[in-house]
Design a protein around this ligand. Structure first.
Ligand code: SAM
Length: 288
């Protein structure tokens, strides 16, 4: 009896999503280089930007542009190439593709078409900034760029004012002062923030303090208002104890389940993003 071996689309190629340095060329990974060497083509946000990187690595591969204005049309073409068995890589100008960079449309299409997509991880400004900022990293919300106009920007900031997670924004040097001014007016001058500037580059800098202090620093040091910025804002961790009553319902449900006071305090504190001690007190009050 003969048996046919069924392979899952044996001829289809793979798209590799390759992170590239955000400033320091030495941050290219070995896997990134090996991937560039192995693929048939590289789709790049801006081919003029990627060519020097490949030249520095001694790699010569066909480059195909894929940017926000041609992504839909180009993705269909790349899908055909991959279906025909070619392998490709996707890169953006810097950092990880799709993180405020093109590629979402393409990856979504490939997933829908069951074409293999493989990440080749590496630098991204959001993680690079967070890991050295000294702000809580157990929970954070990456918010990309804030709107360019002050009115909309304030609306977005207002929607985040009681978020307990660390907030991370990308910002340009042209808007950083205006953004800090809006941040102060919406979240107050005392919120702790960190600005990471020119990460992995010669003039890398972390500036931390209250919103008012950091705004004053950049206002007085206009020479530092240049380069690339990541703005990190501490979440609304200083919630007044009185707000704990909002969690009475949950606490009562957990008490009815017979969970120990300590465990309930841990669950509710984690969920509400507040310290365990006041929650513990509240659980005891409700238990009696
Ligand atoms: N895909 C990139 C990533 O993974 O981080 C982000 C691309 S986004 C178009 C560019 C923004 O990322 C910059 O305006 C800046 O806010 C941030 N950024 C990129 N490189 C940076 C660096 N070296 N230092 C600080 N911020 C950086």
């Amino acid at each position: 009896m003969s048996q046919t071996l069924e392979l899952d689309s044996p001829l289809e190629g793979t798209l590799y999503i390759v992170a590239t340095p955000i400033g320091n060329l030495k941050d290219i990974t070995r896997r990134a280089v090996e991937t560039f060497e192995s693929v048939d083509w590289i789709a790049a946000e801006d081919t003029r930007h990627t060519r020097p990187l490949l030249q520095a690595l001694g790699i010569n591969k066909p480059l195909i542009s894929l940017h926000e204005h041609n992504e839909a049309y180009r993705s269909t073409q790349l899908l055909e190439k991959l279906k025909a068995g070619e392998n490709g890589a996707l890169v953006s100008d810097a950092g990880t593709p799709l993180i405020n960079d093109p590629g979402y449309y393409l990856v979504k299409l490939l997933r829908e078409e069951s074409v293999e997509v493989v990440p080749i991880p590496g630098p991204s400004a959001v993680i690079t900034a967070l890991c050295a900022a000294g702000l809580p990293t157990d929970r954070f919300s990456y918010e990309g760029f804030l709107p360019a106009k002050s009115g909309k920007r304030k609306l977005v900031l207002a929607s985040l004012v009681s978020d307990v997670r660390t907030l991370v924004f990308y910002e340009s040097p042209h808007r950083i002062l205006a953004t800090l001014t809006d941040l102060e007016s919406v979240m107050g001058s005392e919120r702790q923030i960190v600005i990471a500037r020119e990460l992995t580059k010669k003039f890398e800098q972390f500036v931390s303090g209250t919103v008012a202090e950091v705004l004053a620093y950049f206002t007085e040091n206009s020479g530092k208002v240049r380069g690339e910025f990541v703005l990190m804002v501490t979440g609304d961790v200083e919630k007044p104890a009185v707000e704990l009553s909002e969690w009475d319902g949950l606490i009562e449900v957990l008490l009815k389940q017979g969970l120990p006071v300590k465990q309930i305090s841990e669950i509710v504190a984690e969920y509400a993003g507040v310290k365990k001690k006041p929650v513990y007190q509240r659980v005891l009050e409700l238990k009696d």
